[in-house]
Design a protein around this ligand. Structure first.
Ligand code: FNR
Length: 190
């Protein structure tokens, strides 16, 4: 079976190291995963005023989440938390009330930082948010990536074999997790 994975890059920066990480993950992932980015940069700031009539960007975001078998968050840590642009996108996806698009979607969280903490605090915040949104999460392995510019090419090439193996293993485990969650929720469909 193949699985459609919608992925979020939590950074809007043109030179984002997390965008580079997302490219590396796509290259190293099993062939059974098909990736589509869910863009966040053109979303207005969410307000529940929009719940009565979502704008096209909000509708497109919810449709993209709902069309995905699994969701992958590749995000930096900003000020020890979730980047505002990504939290805004999650807020959009979670509403209108009762129409939370993340419910029961298998999710993975990974991120890169130049520092040694490797986005661990952001990931912990994300786990609280995704738990509240009833989104199952890959618990292990965890992946806190310290970004070394000599290891990652701009196109997502990974020049260090142990890093490549770690990321490959992460994506294999993520693929297995998505498959298990879907099999449990819709037996017979895969
Ligand atoms: C950062 N950075 C950062 N790094 C980290 O490990 N923990 C943190 O809490 C923060 N906080 C933070 C806040 C803000 C506003 C910025 C701009 C940066 C550094 C950050 O990891 C670095 O800029 C990365 O390049 C960000 O990832 P992207 O945006 O390049 O994908």
């Amino acid at each position: 079976a193949t699985f459609k994975i919608g992925y979020f890059v939590g950074s809007l920066a043109t030179g984002s190291i997390n965008r580079i990480l997302s490219k590396a993950l796509i290259k190293l992932a099993p062939d059974t995963l098909e990736f589509t980015e869910i863009p966040i940069k053109d979303l207005p700031l969410y307000s529940w005023d929009y719940d009565a009539d979502y704008p096209p960007q909000g509708r497109a975001l919810k449709q993209a989440i709902e069309a995905s078998d699994g969701i992958l968050f590749v995000s930096p840590e900003y000020n020890r938390s979730i980047p505002g642009a990504l939290k805004n996108a999650i807020d959009w996806g979670s509403r209108p009330w009762g129409q939370n698009s993340f419910a029961r979607k298998p999710t993975g969280i990974i991120g890169a930082s130049p520092g040694g903490i490797g986005t661990a605090v952001m990931q912990s915040s994300m786990r609280s948010v995704l738990s509240f949104l009833d989104a199952p999460q890959l618990n292990a392995p965890e992946a806190y990536i310290t970004f070394k510019p000599d290891v990652f090419g701009d196109d997502g090439e990974v020049r260090n074999e142990s890093t490549a193996e770690f990321l490959r293993h992460y994506m294999e485990e993520y693929a297995g997790f998505v498959e298990r969650v879907l099999a449990a929720s819709a037996p017979g469909h895969i």
